[in-house]
Each structure stands twice: as C-alpha cells, then as structure tokens.
Design a protein around this ligand. Structure first.
Ligand SMILES: [Ca+2]
Ligand SMILES: [Ca+2]
Length: 553
C-alpha cells in the first residue's frame, strides 16, 4: 500500500468529523406535499460522525470494497452534440460522480465506474465487438480513455471496462478469416478453429447455431446469429483475449466486468471456471489489485462455482423479486442478513478475498424505480440495504435519481437504457428503439435533485458517505443478527479490531430495542442513520424510526 494514499484517505475521513462542509446543505424543514403528508426527509449529513478517529487509521484505501456506478456509455452524457453519449461526456460529468473532495458535498461520491463496452461495434449497446483495440468512434478515442483514466485516478476512482469476450460481432475480421479458413479447409491454421464450430451431427441440444456459409459447419451463437462465439479450446483465442485485457491494463484501467462469463463453455460450468481461473491468474500476475466482477446470471449454486476464479454479481439480491426489493417493501431484514452471512461464508471459503457484489438493477433489467418508488420510502430503504451492507455495491446510472425505464409493451431493452435525465441541456438522446414516455422517466432532473435537500440523489449521497465513514460495514467479519419476533434486522461486522452494528427497520412503525438484552450492549454511540425518520439511543435503549437504518459503534 502506498503510504501517501493511506494518509490522504485518513485525512479525508477525519475531515468528515467536522461540522462544516457537507453538513450545511441539508437543513430545510420537512416539506408538506399537496396531499398533506410529510415528504420523506433524509437525515442531515452532519448526523454522520465517527466516534473515534483512531479507529480509522488502518482504513485500506486501495482495496476494492467500493461503491461502483454503471454507465451505459451511449446514454449518459454527450459532449459533441451528436446525441450519443461518449467518453468526453463522462469526463465532463466527473464532478457529478466524484469531484475528488469527499468534504465538498457536491458529488455522489462513487469510487468506481463500470463502462459498458466502448470498443468498435455496429450496435448501440456494443456487446458485439468488431475490434477490441479501437474505441468506437462514436464514443471517442483512446486518448479520451487515457484522459478519463487519469482523471479517475486523480480522484481515487477505479475504472473498469466491460469485456465481452465470449463472442464478437459477425463482421469482425476474425470471423471473416475463420469462414475463409473453413471454406479452404485450412485445418492447421489458427483461423480455422477460432470460433466454436461443429458438424450437423455434433450439434448439442440447447445450443444455438448459425451456418458457416459455403461449408457443412455450424458456428455457436447462443445470444444472436450476429454474435458468433469464440472457441476457448484454441490457444490462439486464449492468447488473443489475454492480450486484449493486458492492453487495457497497460493503459491504466483497473479491471473488468466480464460479460456472459458462463457462456465461455456454454452448459459446462467446470470448463468455463477452468478458463476464468487461468485467465485471472495471468491478469493478476500483471496487476495483483485487479478489480473483477463476472456476470454469471444464474442461481447461487452456479455462481458459487466461479468464485475460486473471480467475484460474481449477486442476482439473488437483485431485481423485482430479489431480496433487496422484497426487504425494502416492509419485509424481514433478518432474512436478508442471514442470506448475506451464508453467502459470504460460502464464497470466502472459495477465495479469501471474495466479495459480495450486490446491485438492484442494471442495463439488462427493468429499472428499480418502477417497483421501489421513493414516495413511499421503498427506494430509500433499498439504498440502505444495498449500501449499508457488505461487499462492493453497484448503482445503475440514474438509479440515484429514481429514473424509470422498463421493457414494457414494446419489449425492448432500449427502454432500460434511456438518456440520463440531466435537466441542463445535455444533448444525449435515447438509444434507437426506445419508446418509453418522455414525461414519466423521473420526477425530477439531476439539476433539480442536486438543489433539493429531500431528493433521492441527496439521500444516496448521504448513505454513501455513511458507508464510507464506517469501513467495517463493507469488509468486516459479518455476523447476522437474529432478532426474535421482529422484522428489524441487521448485522455486526468486525474489521481490523473494531466493530459496527447495522440495524434496518423496514417497517411502517418505530421499533424500540434494548441493545443490552440483545447482547449488543457494547455499541454505545450512533455513527449515523438514514431513512424516513430518525434513530435515538438512550442508555442501551435504541428507538429506530420507521423505514430507517442506523449504524452504531
Ligand atoms: Ca457524442
Ligand atoms: Ca461460448
């Protein structure tokens, strides 16, 4: 670890103790809505305090337990007026994401960015790559990427790229060379076996194929006929995808999100895991602190298998029917805590530094505001459950604004990837095919929400700060509580000799807990709380308001 970075980080955290800076921004009284009900009010940032600065001296700055933010590049911010989001648009918006000063109160405070694929590709989503070594011209240049990397690093933000290596675009030159080699029967050339191919008799049930024109062979294409899949039995392919990743690590990117990880060898998880184990060992040899997360969109029993190689997104927690959604809607917080403990025990047994990587929604799912509206406090509680928990949580761009977007009747993913609602004249447009109504995408723009103390944006900002002020939440030794006859639940997390207690009251009424009677008497001070109400500790009696979470030390 670099000592200067550590010192800087400690200083930044200590500065949170002060009552200036961010604390002055959220002092307005609750506003009455037209219906006469009180709007949800976030607790003031000044309510977040560390009880003992010395506890922070061992905070590990350079680790990977960060809050990440997924940017669907083409829909985020447009710098040149062509309507397509681009890398310079992200550069222009870095102050919104992280201005490098945690005490300024002017940024969301995320410490990681995931960019959906930026490589040359014919589609708007760019998951079908024609050239991995070229930044798609509509997104910018490699110089823009280098500038973004430098800007991120100056602000302690990690940048990871989405690497869809399972397949390429059909008009990738590798595929043309493959077809040519197939037609010419060049069985000894690398091109001949570059893509997964077989004869009619060798076709497997449940696998999708396209015809290699002019031959009797079929290529594998489980997503789309325009996305032929590479053949990972080929050493040439393995070396090629390794070189691609190393090229971007050399450029300074901090790691990758690996698309479609279980499709490397479709329906053969052990072989896919073998590939990722080899690949990650090679990459970690170059960059030991590499950040990686894989998309293994499946049940935990499948994703668990990949953990010896790399971290995976947790799909059990995500989406409409997932554990965060169910818990945030006045569900049982004990159930979520028990699940997270089980999950962590499982994956940490596979690799010591394994992380939970939770999220609520991403570019392949309906946006969460549709089922977790902020008006009734569900969005806020979901933010608490996502961010005041273990691991490295991911936000989807616009989630912090309550942006809506779902496939809907048009049944198109474009509706999940709508233009960011900036409200300041950004020229970014929706992707092709989007049909979501313009007037119902968000209740307020980014500009409006930044100016409103009670906005979801400012709520997210505060919870991220509370998480950061208590590093044990993310990375500690996690023990779920089991509070009898109550939906109030949470956990104790111990890291580096200090402990935090996190409690979530998801219900619509205040809860009173005797911490001593629960064996939690060692927690004597509130570090911060977030939610619809507040948290008060008198002696060992904690009163936790409805739809509110608290962090104690
Ligand atoms: Ca543009
Ligand atoms: Ca494959």
């Amino acid at each position: 670890m670099k000592k200067t970075a550590l010192l800087l980080c400690v200083l930044m955290l200590l500065s949170l103790l002060g009552c200036g800076g961010v604390s002055g921004t959220e002092t307005t009284a609750p506003r009455q809505t037209e219906a006469g009900t009180t709007e949800p009010q976030p607790a003031a940032l000044s309510e977040i305090a560390l009880t003992d600065p010395s506890l922070q001296t061992s905070f590990v700055c350079e680790d990977n337990y960060r809050v990440f933010y997924e940017i669907f590049v083409g829909s985020f911010s447009d710098s040149n007026g062509d309507g397509i989001g681009d890398l310079r648009g992200i550069i222009n918006r870095m102050d919104y994401l992280n201005d490098g000063d945690p005490n300024s109160g002017k940024s969301l405070g995320v410490e990681g960015l995931w960019l959906t694929p930026i490589f040359q590709s014919p589609s708007y989503h760019k998951y079908d790559v024609t050239d991995f070594y070229t930044v798609d011209p509509s997104f910018g240049t490699v110089e823009d990427l280098k500038e973004l990397v430098a800007l991120c690093h100056a602000r302690n933000v990690k940048l990871i790229l989405d690497l869809p290596i399972n397949h390429t675009a059909k008009n990738c030159k590798w595929f043309s060379e493959f077809v040519l080699a197939q037609r010419n029967g060049e069985v000894d050339s690398d091109a001949y076996d570059f893509y997964s191919h077989c004869s009619a008799e060798e076709k497997k049930a449940g696998v999708a194929y396209g015809t290699v024109t002019g031959t009797d062979q079929y290529y594998e294409c489980n997503f789309w006929s325009e996305m032929p899949e590479l053949n990972f039995d080929s050493q040439a392919v393995r070396q090629t995808v390794l070189d691609v990743a190393k090229y971007y690590l050399d450029l300074g990117v901090d790691g990758f999100r690996f698309d479609a990880a279980k499709y490397i060898y479709y329906n053969d998880n052990p072989k896919s895991v073998e590939f990722w184990s080899w690949y990650l060992a090679e990459l970690r040899a170059v960059k030991p602190e590499l950040y990686t997360v894989a998309e293994v969109w499946d049940s935990d029993t499948v994703t668990d298998q990949y953990y010896p190689a790399l971290n995976c997104f947790n799909f059990t927690i995500s989406q409409t029917e997932g554990l965060i959604s169910a818990t945030a809607q006045k569900g049982d917080a004990n159930r979520l805590a028990a699940y997270e403990e089980r999950y962590l025990n499982t994956v940490r047994a596979k690799r010591e530094d394994a992380m939970l990587v939770p999220f609520i929604a991403n570019h392949d799912t309906d946006r969460s505001a549709g089922y977790l509206p902020s008006l009734n406090g569900y969005a806020q509680m979901a933010a608490n459950l996502l961010l005041l928990g273990p691991g490295s949580p991911f936000l989807y761009y616009g989630e912090e604004l309550g942006m809506r977007g779902s496939r809907g009747g048009a049944n198109t993913d474009a509706n999940r990837r709508l233009a960011m609602v900036w409200g300041d004249g950004d020229t970014v447009k929706d992707p092709e095919g989007a049909s979501y109504p313009a007037d119902s995408r968000a209740d307020a723009t980014a500009v409006e929400q930044m100016a409103s103390a009670s906005s979801l944006y400012n709520y997210y900002k505060k919870v991220i700060l509370l998480r950061k002020a208590n590093p044990e939440i993310a990375r500690g030794d996690y023990k779920a509580l089991s509070i009898p006859d109550s939906k109030v639940g949470g956990f104790v997390s111990e890291w580096n000799g200090s402990k935090v207690l996190v409690l979530h009251n998801t219900t619509g009424s205040a809860a009173t807990l005797d911490l001593a009677a629960l064996g939690l008497g060692e927690f004597t001070q509130i570090s911060g709380f977030a939610g619809m109400k507040d948290a008060v500790l008198e002696g060992t009696t904690l009163t936790l308001g409805s739809q509110t979470s608290v962090v104690l030390r």
